[in-house]
Design a binder for this molecule. Structure first.
Ligand code: NAP
Length: 358
């Protein structure tokens, strides 16, 4: 498919779940976005009818004035006009609401887990698996709608998959042992109670381990017969909530199909460009992956802002006594792992002609 030129005018977009932690990150990232402009904000019945300023408990920086004065509407297709809809909805409601928008012909770029694992729903990271958007045709056929649902992965799966993709492309990943240290912002707002997390580690995040195990394989999979087929990679995951504000840290031990030294793995990561379909998209960082050789990095406090929150930093690449190689990856859960990832997905969809706009 040929690549379309950038839009001449900013395309109006709606944010569903605009009042939540991820919804607010959409509002911040879209404030000065080159292609998209927030035109509508939607949330629950509790917020509908209020001004955005009154409905949202704003968490970071200054609320954009034009959005502050917008009236929040309900998450119903009849209340929203935009053709492109970002969903930052709670998963308890996202499933049905996103379907209602796709059925109404909208393109839904979702953060929620509900539709991620369906083989005709792209679980998209443009640098890794841009061709996966072609399964939209199978989705439309199965569900009889003209719209589409495109998802981004769980925040930890995103960090892990970006760090694994160059290694998988060069040496083949056979199996992965992964242990996460996940920031509190990953639980939304108000999220985990302060008395549970301050000075503590919680070795349980509901539903998170199966997500990592399934999503990494799907992200690194391929399109076969019009559907996404997961890569034959075995993953075992431990997930932990830690008292860090932003940035998920992911420790991985990796078994390879073709043996490689830590130096070869480091070179594969450092020289990786990924799918050229993503090159030049406004939210793609210059370096999707940065390799650090500092012995005590990556660290969330120091590295989470790299590439405006879209870069994953990988370090401590070394031999593994049980498998082949081990390393640490860290990336922003709210930007790369949520709103920024969804915006990058929408940029790719625009260039491939899925989103209207001049
Ligand atoms: P959050 O802070 O709890 O926000 C949830 C949003 O959903 C709010 O805007 C809320 O609106 C809305 N909502 C709740 N119930 C609703 C209903 N019945 N009808 C319509 N809207 C409703 O959660 P979050 O952390 O932003 O996460 C949003 C989604 O992104 C979740 O599916 C989450 O799993 C996913 N995600 C989060 C992260 C992260 O790092 N936080 C990363 C990746 C993916 P009101 O304000 O009106 O209640």
């Amino acid at each position: 498919m040929t690549r379309r030129n950038p839009p001449q005018q900013r395309i109006p977009v709606a944010v569903l779940g605009a009042t939540g932690a991820v919804g607010q990150t959409f509002i911040r990232l879209l404030e000065n976005h080159a292609w998209f402009k927030v035109a509508e904000v939607a949330a629950s019945e509790r917020s509908a009818g209020k001004s955005y300023a009154d409905a949202a408990h704003w968490l970071e920086g200054v609320m954009p004035a034009d959005v502050a004065s917008m009236t929040v509407v309900e998450c119903k297709p009849e209340a929203v006009t935009c053709a492109l809809v970002f969903s930052a909805l709670d998963s308890s409601v996202a499933g049905d609401v996103e379907c209602s928008f796709a059925r109404d012909g909208r393109i839904v770029c979702s953060n929620a887990r509900n539709h991620r694992m369906e083989p005709d729903v792209p679980l998209l990271i443009p640098e890794i698996n841009a061709p996966h958007i072609t399964v939209i045709e199978a989705q439309r056929k199965r569900l009889g709608w003209k719209g589409a649902i495109v998802t981004n992965a769980n925040c930890s799966s995103t960090v892990a998959a970006l760090a694994l993709a160059p290694i998988h492309a060069k040496f083949g990943v056979d199996k992965v042992f992964v242990a996460t240290m996940q920031a509190v912002s990953g639980a939304g707002y108000p999220g985990v109670a302060s008395l549970d997390i301050l000075g503590n580690v919680i070795p349980f995040i509901d539903g998170e381990e199966p997500k990592l195990q399934a999503e990494i394989a799907k992200l690194l999979g391929s399109v076969n017969g019009g559907l996404i087929e997961s890569a034959p990679i075995r993953v075992t995951a431990h997930t932990n909530r830690v008292p860090v504000e932003h940035g998920h840290t992911v420790c991985m031990s990796i078994g390879l199909k073709t043996p490689a030294t830590p130096e070869q793995v480091s070179d594969a990561l450092a020289n990786w460009i990924g799918d050229t379909a993503a090159v030049g998209l406004p939210s793609r960082p210059t370096h999707p992956i940065v390799v650090t050789t500092q012995r005590d990095r990556p660290q969330p406090r120091r590295d989470v802002g790299l590439g405006a929150g879209m870069t994953v930093t990988v370090g401590r690449i070394r031999p593994d006594e049980l498998m082949d190689v081990k390393m640490v990856a860290m990336g922003s859960n709210t930007i790369r792992g949520a709103a920024g990832g969804a915006i990058l997905n929408a940029e790719l969809l625009f260039t491939k002609g899925y989103i209207p706009g001049a």
